[in-house]
Design a protein around this ligand. Structure first.
Ligand code: PLP
Length: 396
Protein backbone atom coordinates (compact mmCIF):
# COMPACT_ATOMS: atom_id res chain seq x y z
CA UNK A 1 0.00 0.00 0.00
CA UNK A 2 1.27 3.47 -0.89
CA UNK A 3 -0.05 6.32 1.26
CA UNK A 4 0.73 9.86 0.17
CA UNK A 5 0.57 12.03 3.29
CA UNK A 6 2.75 14.95 2.23
CA UNK A 7 0.16 17.26 0.71
CA UNK A 8 1.61 20.35 2.40
CA UNK A 9 4.69 19.82 0.20
CA UNK A 10 2.68 19.35 -2.96
CA UNK A 11 -0.51 17.69 -4.21
CA UNK A 12 -1.57 15.56 -7.15
CA UNK A 13 -3.18 17.50 -10.00
CA UNK A 14 -6.94 16.85 -9.98
CA UNK A 15 -8.74 15.26 -12.94
CA UNK A 16 -10.71 18.49 -13.40
CA UNK A 17 -7.55 20.62 -13.50
CA UNK A 18 -5.80 18.24 -15.90
CA UNK A 19 -8.82 18.13 -18.23
CA UNK A 20 -8.92 21.92 -18.29
CA UNK A 21 -5.20 22.13 -19.05
CA UNK A 22 -4.89 19.60 -21.87
CA UNK A 23 -6.51 21.63 -24.70
CA UNK A 24 -4.18 24.53 -23.82
CA UNK A 25 -1.14 22.64 -25.09
CA UNK A 26 -2.14 21.89 -28.69
CA UNK A 27 -5.40 23.72 -29.34
CA UNK A 28 -5.30 26.97 -27.36
CA UNK A 29 -1.55 27.37 -27.51
CA UNK A 30 -1.50 31.00 -28.55
CA UNK A 31 0.36 33.84 -26.90
CA UNK A 32 -2.31 35.95 -25.19
CA UNK A 33 -0.48 39.12 -26.25
CA UNK A 34 -0.92 38.25 -29.96
CA UNK A 35 -3.69 40.09 -31.79
CA UNK A 36 -4.75 37.19 -34.03
CA UNK A 37 -7.47 34.64 -33.33
CA UNK A 38 -5.21 31.98 -31.79
CA UNK A 39 -3.71 34.57 -29.47
CA UNK A 40 -7.11 35.93 -28.52
CA UNK A 41 -8.37 32.44 -27.68
CA UNK A 42 -5.53 32.16 -25.18
CA UNK A 43 -6.27 35.65 -23.90
CA UNK A 44 -9.88 34.63 -23.31
CA UNK A 45 -8.71 31.60 -21.26
CA UNK A 46 -6.48 33.85 -19.21
CA UNK A 47 -9.25 36.28 -18.48
CA UNK A 48 -11.67 33.51 -17.45
CA UNK A 49 -9.05 32.11 -15.06
CA UNK A 50 -8.57 35.56 -13.53
CA UNK A 51 -12.32 35.84 -13.02
CA UNK A 52 -12.40 32.52 -11.15
CA UNK A 53 -9.82 33.72 -8.62
CA UNK A 54 -11.50 37.12 -8.31
CA UNK A 55 -14.89 35.55 -7.61
CA UNK A 56 -13.56 33.03 -5.08
CA UNK A 57 -11.44 35.60 -3.21
CA UNK A 58 -14.08 38.36 -3.47
CA UNK A 59 -12.02 40.89 -5.42
CA UNK A 60 -11.78 42.38 -8.93
CA UNK A 61 -10.07 40.45 -11.76
CA UNK A 62 -7.74 43.44 -12.21
CA UNK A 63 -6.45 42.87 -8.68
CA UNK A 64 -5.10 39.40 -9.59
CA UNK A 65 -1.57 38.90 -10.98
CA UNK A 66 -0.27 35.48 -12.00
CA UNK A 67 3.30 34.54 -11.01
CA UNK A 68 5.55 31.49 -11.23
CA UNK A 69 4.48 30.28 -7.78
CA UNK A 70 3.94 31.10 -4.14
CA UNK A 71 7.58 32.07 -3.64
CA UNK A 72 7.52 34.67 -6.40
CA UNK A 73 4.20 36.08 -5.16
CA UNK A 74 5.66 36.42 -1.64
CA UNK A 75 8.85 38.07 -2.96
CA UNK A 76 6.91 40.53 -5.08
CA UNK A 77 4.46 41.43 -2.30
CA UNK A 78 7.21 42.16 0.23
CA UNK A 79 9.43 44.02 -2.24
CA UNK A 80 6.52 46.20 -3.39
CA UNK A 81 5.44 47.12 0.13
CA UNK A 82 9.06 47.80 1.12
CA UNK A 83 9.67 50.08 -1.88
CA UNK A 84 6.50 52.05 -1.16
CA UNK A 85 7.44 52.30 2.52
CA UNK A 86 10.96 53.48 1.79
CA UNK A 87 9.58 56.33 -0.33
CA UNK A 88 7.74 57.62 2.75
CA UNK A 89 10.70 57.02 5.06
CA UNK A 90 8.95 54.02 6.64
CA UNK A 91 11.38 51.13 6.82
CA UNK A 92 10.04 48.86 9.55
CA UNK A 93 8.39 45.51 8.74
CA UNK A 94 6.58 43.12 11.11
CA UNK A 95 6.34 39.40 10.41
CA UNK A 96 6.63 36.17 12.40
CA UNK A 97 9.32 33.64 13.23
CA UNK A 98 7.48 30.76 11.58
CA UNK A 99 6.88 32.13 8.09
CA UNK A 100 7.87 30.17 5.00
CA UNK A 101 11.42 30.80 3.78
CA UNK A 102 10.04 32.70 0.77
CA UNK A 103 9.10 35.36 3.34
CA UNK A 104 11.96 34.97 5.83
CA UNK A 105 14.73 35.02 3.25
CA UNK A 106 13.23 38.02 1.43
CA UNK A 107 13.08 39.82 4.78
CA UNK A 108 16.75 38.98 5.39
CA UNK A 109 17.60 40.62 2.08
CA UNK A 110 15.51 43.66 2.94
CA UNK A 111 17.29 43.89 6.30
CA UNK A 112 20.63 44.04 4.45
CA UNK A 113 19.13 46.82 2.34
CA UNK A 114 18.43 48.90 5.46
CA UNK A 115 14.98 47.80 6.62
CA UNK A 116 14.29 46.94 10.25
CA UNK A 117 12.49 43.65 10.73
CA UNK A 118 10.53 42.54 13.80
CA UNK A 119 9.72 38.82 13.84
CA UNK A 120 6.98 37.99 16.33
CA UNK A 121 7.55 35.10 18.76
CA UNK A 122 5.32 32.05 18.39
CA UNK A 123 3.29 30.99 21.46
CA UNK A 124 3.08 27.28 22.36
CA UNK A 125 -0.37 27.14 20.76
CA UNK A 126 1.15 28.02 17.37
CA UNK A 127 -1.33 30.89 17.03
CA UNK A 128 -0.09 34.45 17.32
CA UNK A 129 -2.38 37.11 18.78
CA UNK A 130 -3.42 40.43 17.23
CA UNK A 131 -2.11 41.99 20.46
CA UNK A 132 1.42 40.89 19.55
CA UNK A 133 1.07 42.70 16.24
CA UNK A 134 -0.37 45.80 17.92
CA UNK A 135 2.51 45.90 20.41
CA UNK A 136 5.08 45.72 17.60
CA UNK A 137 3.55 48.49 15.44
CA UNK A 138 5.62 51.67 15.15
CA UNK A 139 5.03 54.98 13.37
CA UNK A 140 7.53 53.85 10.71
CA UNK A 141 5.96 50.40 10.12
CA UNK A 142 5.19 49.98 6.41
CA UNK A 143 4.09 46.34 6.32
CA UNK A 144 2.73 43.48 8.40
CA UNK A 145 3.07 40.01 6.83
CA UNK A 146 1.53 37.08 8.72
CA UNK A 147 0.81 33.72 7.12
CA UNK A 148 -2.81 32.51 7.00
CA UNK A 149 -1.95 28.99 8.16
CA UNK A 150 1.45 27.55 8.95
CA UNK A 151 2.86 24.98 6.53
CA UNK A 152 4.45 22.75 9.17
CA UNK A 153 2.09 22.75 12.13
CA UNK A 154 -1.08 23.82 10.31
CA UNK A 155 -2.15 26.41 12.86
CA UNK A 156 -4.54 29.07 11.56
CA UNK A 157 -3.78 32.69 12.41
CA UNK A 158 -6.36 35.37 13.36
CA UNK A 159 -6.22 37.00 9.92
CA UNK A 160 -9.46 39.08 10.05
CA UNK A 161 -8.42 40.61 13.39
CA UNK A 162 -4.89 41.42 12.18
CA UNK A 163 -6.33 42.79 8.94
CA UNK A 164 -8.70 45.07 10.84
CA UNK A 165 -5.91 46.33 13.08
CA UNK A 166 -3.66 47.09 10.09
CA UNK A 167 -6.44 48.81 8.15
CA UNK A 168 -7.29 51.00 11.18
CA UNK A 169 -3.65 51.99 11.63
CA UNK A 170 -3.01 52.50 7.90
CA UNK A 171 -0.34 49.80 7.61
CA UNK A 172 -0.24 47.44 4.60
CA UNK A 173 -1.18 43.85 5.41
CA UNK A 174 0.08 40.85 3.42
CA UNK A 175 -0.74 37.22 4.11
CA UNK A 176 0.89 34.11 2.66
CA UNK A 177 -2.27 32.05 2.21
CA UNK A 178 -0.59 29.20 0.32
CA UNK A 179 -1.58 26.54 2.87
CA UNK A 180 -5.03 27.94 3.56
CA UNK A 181 -6.16 28.18 -0.06
CA UNK A 182 -8.74 25.58 -0.98
CA UNK A 183 -9.19 24.56 2.68
CA UNK A 184 -10.40 27.73 4.41
CA UNK A 185 -12.73 30.48 3.20
CA UNK A 186 -10.77 33.52 2.09
CA UNK A 187 -12.57 36.82 1.58
CA UNK A 188 -10.03 39.59 1.02
CA UNK A 189 -12.64 42.34 1.53
CA UNK A 190 -14.21 41.00 4.71
CA UNK A 191 -10.76 40.16 6.11
CA UNK A 192 -9.17 43.55 5.28
CA UNK A 193 -6.35 41.87 3.34
CA UNK A 194 -4.26 44.18 1.13
CA UNK A 195 -2.00 41.54 -0.43
CA UNK A 196 -2.26 37.77 -0.56
CA UNK A 197 -0.19 34.95 -2.09
CA UNK A 198 -1.41 31.57 -3.37
CA UNK A 199 0.27 28.59 -5.04
CA UNK A 200 -1.62 26.24 -7.35
CA UNK A 201 0.29 23.05 -6.57
CA UNK A 202 -0.90 23.11 -2.95
CA UNK A 203 -4.57 22.76 -3.99
CA UNK A 204 -4.39 20.10 -6.74
CA UNK A 205 -3.28 22.50 -9.45
CA UNK A 206 0.01 22.31 -11.38
CA UNK A 207 3.42 23.40 -10.08
CA UNK A 208 4.90 26.70 -11.22
CA UNK A 209 1.77 28.85 -10.93
CA UNK A 210 1.15 31.42 -8.22
CA UNK A 211 -1.37 34.16 -7.63
CA UNK A 212 -0.76 37.55 -6.09
CA UNK A 213 -3.79 39.57 -5.05
CA UNK A 214 -3.16 43.27 -4.45
CA UNK A 215 -5.99 45.59 -3.42
CA UNK A 216 -6.51 48.30 -6.00
CA UNK A 217 -4.56 51.47 -5.28
CA UNK A 218 -2.95 50.27 -2.04
CA UNK A 219 0.59 49.82 -3.38
CA UNK A 220 2.27 49.90 -6.82
CA UNK A 221 3.75 46.51 -7.69
CA UNK A 222 7.51 46.40 -8.14
CA UNK A 223 8.72 44.09 -10.91
CA UNK A 224 10.85 41.21 -9.71
CA UNK A 225 11.10 39.97 -13.33
CA UNK A 226 11.81 42.63 -15.94
CA UNK A 227 10.71 42.29 -19.55
CA UNK A 228 7.51 42.69 -21.53
CA UNK A 229 4.29 44.32 -20.40
CA UNK A 230 2.38 41.12 -19.56
CA UNK A 231 0.02 41.15 -16.58
CA UNK A 232 -0.51 44.88 -17.18
CA UNK A 233 3.18 45.51 -16.72
CA UNK A 234 3.29 43.90 -13.29
CA UNK A 235 4.93 40.60 -14.21
CA UNK A 236 6.96 40.10 -17.37
CA UNK A 237 7.07 36.84 -19.34
CA UNK A 238 4.57 35.06 -21.58
CA UNK A 239 1.78 33.78 -19.36
CA UNK A 240 1.78 30.06 -18.51
CA UNK A 241 -1.69 29.51 -19.96
CA UNK A 242 -2.00 25.74 -19.32
CA UNK A 243 -0.78 26.24 -15.76
CA UNK A 244 -3.01 29.23 -15.05
CA UNK A 245 -6.07 27.48 -16.51
CA UNK A 246 -5.30 24.38 -14.40
CA UNK A 247 -4.82 26.53 -11.31
CA UNK A 248 -8.20 28.21 -11.78
CA UNK A 249 -9.99 24.90 -12.36
CA UNK A 250 -8.36 23.39 -9.26
CA UNK A 251 -9.15 26.41 -7.08
CA UNK A 252 -12.77 26.53 -8.24
CA UNK A 253 -13.16 22.82 -7.51
CA UNK A 254 -11.51 23.02 -4.07
CA UNK A 255 -13.64 26.00 -3.07
CA UNK A 256 -16.84 24.36 -4.33
CA UNK A 257 -16.18 21.22 -2.26
CA UNK A 258 -14.52 22.90 0.71
CA UNK A 259 -16.95 21.99 3.50
CA UNK A 260 -17.34 18.40 2.35
CA UNK A 261 -13.57 17.90 1.99
CA UNK A 262 -12.80 19.63 5.29
CA UNK A 263 -15.24 17.39 7.17
CA UNK A 264 -13.66 14.27 5.69
CA UNK A 265 -10.08 15.41 6.29
CA UNK A 266 -10.76 16.62 9.84
CA UNK A 267 -12.14 13.21 10.79
CA UNK A 268 -9.08 11.45 9.33
CA UNK A 269 -6.74 13.98 10.94
CA UNK A 270 -8.31 13.52 14.38
CA UNK A 271 -8.10 9.76 14.11
CA UNK A 272 -4.39 10.08 13.34
CA UNK A 273 -3.76 12.54 16.18
CA UNK A 274 -5.66 10.40 18.69
CA UNK A 275 -3.83 7.26 17.62
CA UNK A 276 -0.31 8.67 17.39
CA UNK A 277 -0.38 10.69 20.62
CA UNK A 278 -0.97 7.36 22.42
CA UNK A 279 2.71 6.61 21.73
CA UNK A 280 4.52 7.39 25.03
CA UNK A 281 6.59 10.61 25.09
CA UNK A 282 4.96 12.08 22.02
CA UNK A 283 3.44 15.52 21.62
CA UNK A 284 1.18 17.26 19.10
CA UNK A 285 2.87 20.44 17.88
CA UNK A 286 0.49 23.41 17.82
CA UNK A 287 -3.02 23.33 19.22
CA UNK A 288 -5.69 21.09 17.74
CA UNK A 289 -8.25 23.88 17.54
CA UNK A 290 -7.47 26.48 14.83
CA UNK A 291 -5.72 23.85 12.76
CA UNK A 292 -5.89 23.02 9.05
CA UNK A 293 -8.17 20.05 8.41
CA UNK A 294 -5.33 17.94 6.97
CA UNK A 295 -2.38 18.73 9.26
CA UNK A 296 -0.83 16.41 11.83
CA UNK A 297 2.58 17.33 13.30
CA UNK A 298 4.08 15.46 16.22
CA UNK A 299 7.38 14.97 17.95
CA UNK A 300 8.51 11.64 19.34
CA UNK A 301 11.20 11.99 21.96
CA UNK A 302 14.45 10.08 21.53
CA UNK A 303 14.33 9.47 17.76
CA UNK A 304 15.58 11.13 14.57
CA UNK A 305 12.80 12.28 12.27
CA UNK A 306 14.88 11.41 9.20
CA UNK A 307 15.18 7.74 10.22
CA UNK A 308 11.47 7.61 10.94
CA UNK A 309 10.73 8.97 7.45
CA UNK A 310 12.95 6.39 5.74
CA UNK A 311 11.35 3.50 7.60
CA UNK A 312 7.85 4.86 6.99
CA UNK A 313 8.71 5.10 3.28
CA UNK A 314 9.68 1.43 3.34
CA UNK A 315 6.15 0.73 4.61
CA UNK A 316 4.71 2.81 1.76
CA UNK A 317 4.03 5.98 3.79
CA UNK A 318 5.20 9.29 2.27
CA UNK A 319 5.52 11.84 5.06
CA UNK A 320 7.82 14.69 6.01
CA UNK A 321 9.71 15.87 9.06
CA UNK A 322 8.61 19.44 8.54
CA UNK A 323 9.09 21.59 5.54
CA UNK A 324 10.30 20.13 2.25
CA UNK A 325 12.61 23.13 2.09
CA UNK A 326 14.54 22.14 5.21
CA UNK A 327 14.65 18.43 4.38
CA UNK A 328 18.14 17.51 3.40
CA UNK A 329 19.64 19.88 5.97
CA UNK A 330 20.45 18.62 9.45
CA UNK A 331 19.05 21.66 11.22
CA UNK A 332 15.77 21.05 12.97
CA UNK A 333 12.78 22.98 11.68
CA UNK A 334 12.81 26.73 12.41
CA UNK A 335 9.07 26.45 13.05
CA UNK A 336 9.43 23.86 15.82
CA UNK A 337 12.31 25.79 17.39
CA UNK A 338 10.15 28.94 17.28
CA UNK A 339 7.50 26.99 19.22
CA UNK A 340 10.10 26.61 21.96
CA UNK A 341 10.86 22.90 21.49
CA UNK A 342 14.41 21.92 22.48
CA UNK A 343 16.69 20.91 19.58
CA UNK A 344 16.74 17.22 20.49
CA UNK A 345 12.94 17.03 20.56
CA UNK A 346 12.48 19.09 17.38
CA UNK A 347 14.69 16.54 15.60
CA UNK A 348 12.08 13.82 16.18
CA UNK A 349 9.28 15.47 14.24
CA UNK A 350 6.79 13.94 11.84
CA UNK A 351 4.38 15.86 9.61
CA UNK A 352 1.52 14.02 7.96
CA UNK A 353 -0.50 16.27 5.68
CA UNK A 354 -3.68 14.87 4.17
CA UNK A 355 -5.84 15.73 1.21
CA UNK A 356 -9.39 14.73 0.36
CA UNK A 357 -7.94 11.85 -1.66
CA UNK A 358 -6.78 10.02 1.49
CA UNK A 359 -8.94 7.17 2.78
CA UNK A 360 -9.67 5.65 6.17
CA UNK A 361 -7.78 2.47 5.20
CA UNK A 362 -4.70 4.60 4.58
CA UNK A 363 -5.01 6.20 8.01
CA UNK A 364 -5.34 2.73 9.55
CA UNK A 365 -2.18 1.68 7.73
CA UNK A 366 -0.23 4.68 9.12
CA UNK A 367 -1.55 3.91 12.61
CA UNK A 368 -0.60 0.26 12.24
CA UNK A 369 3.02 0.83 11.24
CA UNK A 370 4.16 4.03 13.01
CA UNK A 371 4.23 3.04 16.70
CA UNK A 372 6.32 -0.06 15.89
CA UNK A 373 8.86 1.98 13.93
CA UNK A 374 9.15 4.52 16.76
CA UNK A 375 9.71 1.70 19.24
CA UNK A 376 12.33 0.07 17.00
CA UNK A 377 14.22 3.36 16.60
CA UNK A 378 14.11 3.99 20.34
CA UNK A 379 15.45 0.53 21.05
CA UNK A 380 18.54 1.13 18.92
CA UNK A 381 19.08 4.69 20.19
CA UNK A 382 21.77 5.41 22.83
CA UNK A 383 19.86 8.58 23.74
CA UNK A 384 16.73 6.59 24.53
CA UNK A 385 18.79 4.26 26.70
CA UNK A 386 19.97 7.24 28.75
CA UNK A 387 16.42 8.57 28.99
CA UNK A 388 15.11 5.20 30.18
CA UNK A 389 17.88 4.83 32.74
CA UNK A 390 17.44 8.29 34.19
CA UNK A 391 20.78 9.64 32.97
CA UNK A 392 18.80 12.19 30.97
CA UNK A 393 15.47 13.82 31.78
CA UNK A 394 12.43 13.31 29.58
CA UNK A 395 11.28 16.61 28.09
CA UNK A 396 7.94 15.32 26.78
C1 PLP B 1 4.74 25.92 -0.63
C2 PLP B 1 4.69 27.23 0.06
C3 PLP B 1 5.23 28.38 -0.52
C4 PLP B 1 5.97 28.35 -1.83
O1 PLP B 1 5.15 28.12 -2.93
P1 PLP B 1 5.83 27.63 -4.31
O2 PLP B 1 4.72 27.69 -5.29
O3 PLP B 1 6.32 26.25 -4.07
O4 PLP B 1 6.91 28.60 -4.62
C5 PLP B 1 5.12 29.58 0.15
N1 PLP B 1 4.51 29.65 1.34
C6 PLP B 1 3.97 28.57 1.95
C7 PLP B 1 3.30 28.72 3.25
C8 PLP B 1 4.06 27.32 1.34
O5 PLP B 1 3.56 26.25 1.94
Amino acid sequence: MRVYADNAATTAVSDTALAAMLPCFQEFYGNPSSLHTVGQQASEKLSLARQVFAKRLNCEPSEITFTSGGSEADNQALRSAAAAGAKKGKKHIISTKFEHHAILHTLERLEKEGFEITLLEIPKSGVISPEQVRAALRPDTCLVSVMFANNEIGTIQPIPEIGKLCRETGVLFHTDAVQAAGHLRIDVKAMDIDMLSLSAHKFHGPKGVGVLYVRKGCVPLVNVICGGAQERGKRAGTENIPGIVGAAAAFDESCANMEKNAAKMTALRDKLIDGLTKVPHSILNGEREHRLPGNVNLCFEGIEGESLLLLLDQKGVCASSGSACTSGSLDPSHVLLALGLPHEVAHGSLRLSLSEYNTEEEIDHILAVTPGIVEYLRNISPVWDELEHGQRKHVI
